[in-house]
Design a protein around this ligand. Sequence first.
Ligand SMILES: [Zn+2]
Length: 199
Amino acid sequence: MDLEVPVLYPTQPKAVRLMNTVWADRTSVHDSLETLAHLQLWAVRAGIGDGQVDESDLDVARELRDALRRLAADATHDDRRGAVSADIDPQAALAVTNRFLADCTPVLRHEAGQGYSRVWRSGDASSFRQELAVLALEGADLLTGQGLRACGGPGCVLYFARSHSRREWCSAECGNRARVARHYQRKRDGDLQLEKGTP
Ligand SMILES: [Zn+2]
């Protein structure tokens, strides 16, 4: 099987990278978490967990991904075709995300000879599940801040955390495609006006 699991924008927060496991090229929208093999590859490439994942982790990762994407769509007033899932509404997405956040209670532990360490309450979960819970917390912070954006590139379905306030696109490529699209749109509008005989 040819797995398409690009690591999109490794400098973006992990919560954004999870959202962006739904991505699009010129032909269609892709899902980098389609199968367990996809998840294994993605988790290793994204540096999440220790590479040990099973089918139940796949369900859980997809559930959080879909919830965060739905909330991101809501927070960014996203109306891009192909980007917003109709399978989950914002209320349900909020409930899912809050379930993950409930695992983010910090706990102080003491081990003889090791001293104190601050861990998450979900300490018995696999490292992948723990990272997902922390990733939900990161997602919650992004949603409550001002920095999360839906990319305005033609056909793009990605989100990104803005490094500066004027950034409109997830990448230089999307920026270039948007500029080219605007250029042709202006040209078409100009041609139309000429046809109508207006200056
Ligand atoms: Zn983009």
